[in-house]
Structure formats: structure tokens, C-alpha cells
Design a protein around this ligand. Structure first.
Ligand code: SF4
Length: 209
């Protein structure tokens, strides 16, 4: 990566981390995927119960594979036949892992969801939530973050899951009410009531969508 891009990302990450701090959340900067993995494992004590609700970024830094070791109790919802049980188990986990659809420069997280298992667990339930966030997710402001969620993240996810939505066909949001819509719930995380619950690792790389 070009050294000027690296410098810019470091400076931008420090701005986001300051914004998170003002919202009772904790941010970290990782220079690359390996540093992000080390930071995540430093935050999750061995023996923790860990789960997630999707999140390509979490996979991309190698965190899922690392947590499948004997040292952790990783609830792998993809391997569980009873999806409802997996969903309910998430609410009592020590850690819930997630990517984000967007984050603003001043630390507001934006996430959209179809089933709402992901956004509901981010909002309440798991003792801690750990976000893995590539610098490609940082937007100027809340308006930009909402636009990113609808016009970048949602169309790609709709295509990924083979859904019949206007954005899957065109790449842009049409504010649809399609039965397949993945925009059933919007979660704007602007403050954490509970200190030490929400942690965000900003990674100097493009991760997820
Ligand atoms: S509202 Fe519909 S068209 Fe817009 S991003 Fe969501 S699923 Fe796609």
C-alpha cells in the first residue's frame, strides 16, 4: 500500500477512534490483517463463548479459524441444524463478532438487517460486541453511511444470497418493499450505555463489502 495512503488511513482511524471514545465505545487501529487478528485475540479471553451473525471481515482476518481452537467455545451457527437455538445462544454469549455496513468519521456505526438477528445482538444481549472494520467502511457522516449501507453493502449482499431485489439487479437501492428485502431493520449505534461493551478494530485494508 502506498505510504501516503497508509498515513492518511492512520490519521483517519485516529479520528474515528476519538469519535468512538466520545460515544462510550473503544477503538483500535491495526496496520494490517495480522495485527487485527492479534488485537482481537488479545481482547477475547481464552474460554470465552463467542458467536457471530455473518461478517466477511471477521473471516478475512482469520479470526473465525483461530476461535475454532480448543481454547474457545465458538458457537458455529452455520454448523448448527437448529438455527433458532443458534440465534438465541448469541444473546447470552461473552462476545458477538460483527462487521459493519458503515461507520462515520465521528464513530457512529450503521447496520441493516433482514432477519435482525445481527442488529438485535449488537444492540442488546451479548456481554461484548467486537467489530472488525476495514477502512473502506469509513464514511464522512451519517448520511454517507446510510447511503453506503443501502447502495454498496446491501446490493452486494443481495447478489451474494441470490435475492430478488432491485438492488441485486441494478446495483442501487430503490427503497423497495420486496419480500426479499434485506433492509427490514436499520440500526444506528450512536452511543453505548455500557462501558467496555462495544469494541471496534479499524484495519488498514479493504474488508467485506
Ligand atoms: S431497500 Fe431494497 S433495493 Fe434498497 S438496498 Fe434494501 S433490498 Fe436493496
Amino acid at each position: 500500500m502506498n505510504e501516503n495512503v497508509v498515513k492518511r488511513n492512520e490519521l483517519l482511524a485516529q479520528k474515528v477512534i476519538k469519535g468512538l471514545q466520545s460515544r462510550n465505545m473503544t477503538g483500535y487501529y491495526a496496520a494490517d490483517r495480522g495485527a487485527a487478528l492479534r488485537q482481537a485475540l488479545a481482547l477475547i479471553p481464552k474460554g470465552s463463548t463467542v458467536t457471530m451473525g455473518g461478517g466477511m471481515s471477521v473471516h478475512e482476518i482469520g479470526l473465525v479459524e483461530a476461535l475454532k481452537s480448543v481454547d474457545y467455545h465458538f458457537i458455529d451457527r452455520d454448523a448448527m441444524a437448529d438455527k433458532r437455538a443458534a440465534m438465541l445462544a448469541a444473546y447470552d454469549a461473552d462476545f458477538f463478532l460483527a462487521g459493519t455496513n458503515a461507520i462515520t468519521e465521528d464513530g457512529i456505526l450503521v447496520n441493516i438487517d433482514g432477519n435482525a438477528n445481527r442488529v438485535s445482538a449488537i444492540a442488546q444481549g451479548p456481554k461484548k460486541v467486537l467489530f472488525i472494520v476495514g477502512m473502506n467502511k469509513v464514511c464522512d457522516d451519517l448520511d454517507g453511511a446510510m447511503k453506503r449501507a443501502r447502495n454498496v453493502a446491501a446490493p452486494i449482499n443481495a447478489q451474494r444470497f441470490g435475492l430478488s431485489t432491485p438492488c441485486a439487479a441494478t446495483g442501487s437501492c430503490f427503497d423497495c418493499k420486496s419480500p426479499d428485502t434485506i433492509c427490514c431493520q436499520f440500526l444506528i449505534t450512536r452511543f453505548s450505555r455500557h462501558a467496555d461493551r462495544i469494541h471496534v478494530i479499524l484495519v488498514n485494508d479493504d474488508l467485506g463489502f
